[in-house]
Write a protein that binds this ligand. Structure first.
Ligand code: FES
Length: 150
């Protein structure tokens, strides 16, 4: 679907973003998101040692991947804005995955966000205790109520 174009996502793991603000959670959630949505052909997920914007972290850089690029070039390109690139600050795992979806679509790498694969729920065999219908009862709850509750 991407026609060979990719988005590179660099999560800062410098001392402020990584050690103090636990950017590893962001990186891990992005990895799970890529796996769940089958984005492995469109996304390169990596680490960055520091973007020099530590007070705003945790920071994540999204950038259209173009051939071979070293990390210093990536960091500088983010600052001058010469390519499709966006640095986002104060990131959370939820924001990071939402922004990945947004950039994939707005930069034309994906036509639309791919919905997550449906969860597979095992169906119990007939007669298995878990196949019995659930019956909800308020009987015990009612006995615990005092007279003023109703
Ligand atoms: S530690 Fe993340 S920008 Fe410096």
């Amino acid at each position: 679907m991407s026609g060979g174009r990719k988005i590179r996502v660099l999560v800062c793991r410098g001392p402020t973003c990584g050690d103090l603000r636990d950017s590893a959670r962001i990186h891990a959630e992005l990895g799970r998101h890529v796996d769940r949505r089958g984005l492995g052909d469109d996304v390169i997920l990596d680490w960055q040692s520091c973007f020099g914007q530590c007070q705003k972290g945790p920071n994540v850089l999204y950038r259209e991947a173009k051939g071979r690029e070293d990390k210093l070039h990536l960091a500088m390109a983010a600052l001058v804005g010469s390519v499709k690139s966006a640095m986002h600050h104060a990131m959370t795992p939820e924001r990071a995955t939402a922004l990945l979806d947004r950039h994939l679509v707005s930069w034309g790498i994906r036509a639309a966000a791919t919905p997550p694969a449906p969860a597979t729920v095992p169906v119990p065999a007939p007669g298995h205790p878990s196949s019995a219908p659930l019956v909800q009862s308020n009987e015990n709850h009612d006995k615990k109520r005092g007279p003023s509750e109703g």
